[in-house]
Design a protein around this ligand. Structure first.
Ligand SMILES: Nc1ncnc2c1ncn2[C@@H]1O[C@H](COP(=O)(O)OP(=O)(O)OP(=O)(O)O)[C@@H](O)[C@H]1O
Length: 230
C-alpha cells in the first residue's frame, strides 16, 4: 500500500439503516481520478469518506498514508474539499478575508499571510474583487473563491464533488482548468460531466453503493454509457 495514494479494503458506510457504500476495495495512485455513476450510486458518500467527513463502518483505509479514523486533523490539514455549492464554504465577509481564513491554522506572519493571499487571489482572478463582500459575488466568482481558499493551503489532495454543476460553460472550463493544472496535488473529481471525467488519468464507476469498475477513463466511461443506454 503506497503512502501517497488512496487505498480502501472492504470499506462499508452505513447511514441510518442504509448501507450506502458496501465492500469497496481500491488502490488509486493516479494523479487525477474521476468518480462517475448514476444519481444515488454513492459518489458523494465516497468523496466525503476519503475526505474524512464521514466515518466508515467496516474495512480499512489509508488516504495519503493516513487512516482518517485515527488522524483526522492531520488529513484535514493536507487535503482540500470543493463542493458544487460554494456558499457552504464561504465564511468571511470579504473575498480577501475569506482567502486568509483558509490559512488561519498556519499562524503566518502578517506580511507572509498577505503575500500568500495576494498571490492566490491573482492566480484565481480575484484581485479586483478583494474587498468585495463575498456573498455578493456571482455563482462563478464564488466558486473561484472557494477554489482559491482550497488551493492557497497547497493541499496534497483536492477532492471536488461536482464543482462545475451550477456553472456556465466558460466558468466550468475555468474551474476545471484550475483543478487539472499540475500544482503537485492529486485530484479526485466526482462528476456527471463525462468530457471532464475523460480528462482524468484514472476513473472509477459506482453503482448501487458498490465499486463496479476501475481503469482507463475511456473504457470506464464507455461501460457507464452502455448502462445509461439501457
Ligand atoms: N444521511 C443519509 N442517510 C441515509 N441514506 C443516505 C444518507 N446520505 C445519503 N444517503 C443515500 O446514499 C445513497 C448514495 O448517495 P450519494 O449522495 O453518495 O450518491 P451520489 O452518487 O453522489 O448521487 P448524485 O449523483 O445524485 O449526487 C443514496 O441512495 C442516498 O439517498
Amino acid at each position: 500500500m503506497s503512502i501517497s495514494g488512496i487505498h480502501l479494503k472492504g470499506v462499508g458506510v452505513r447511514l441510518g439503516d442504509t448501507d450506502v457504500l458496501q465492500d469497496v476495495s481500491l488502490d488509486l495512485d493516479a494523479r487525477t481520478v474521476a468518480v462517475i455513476g448514476e444519481n444515488g450510486s454513492g459518489k458523494s458518500t465516497f468523496a466525503r469518506l476519503i475526505g474524512g467527513l464521514l466515518p466508515r463502518t467496516s474495512g480499512e483505509m489509508g488516504i495519503l498514508g493516513i487512516d482518517p479514523a485515527r488522524r483526522a486533523a492531520e488529513l484535514r490539514r493536507r487535503i482540500a474539499i470543493v463542493f458544487s455549492n460554494p456558499d457552504a464554504q464561504i465564511i468571511m465577509p470579504t473575498v480577501a478575508e475569506d482567502v486568509a481564513f483558509s490559512l488561519r491554522a498556519d499562524r503566518l506572519r502578517p506580511a507572509e499571510l498577505e503575500e500568500r493571499v495576494s498571490a492566490a487571489m491573482e492566480r484565481f482572478g480575484l484581485t479586483e474583487l478583494a474587498e468585495r463582500p463575498s456573498h455578493d459575488l456571482s455563482g462563478g466568482q464564488k466558486q473561484m473563491l472557494a477554489l482559491c481558499g482550497a488551493f492557497v493551503r497547497n493541499p496534497e489532495l483536492v477532492i471536488a464533488d461536482e464543482p462545475t454543476a451550477y456553472l456556465d460553460a466558460r466558468n466550468a472550463r475555468r474551474v476545471a482548468d484550475h483543478l487539472f493544472e499540475d500544482t503537485g496535488h492529486r485530484l479526485v473529481l466526482v462528476t456527471h460531466d463525462l468530457a471532464l471525467a475523460a480528462r482524468c488519468d484514472q476513473a472509477v464507476l459506482f453503482a448501487g453503493g458498490r465499486l463496479v469498475a476501475l481503469g482507463e477513463p475511456d473504457e470506464i466511461i464507455a461501460r457507464y454509457e452502455a448502462v445509461l443506454a439501457c
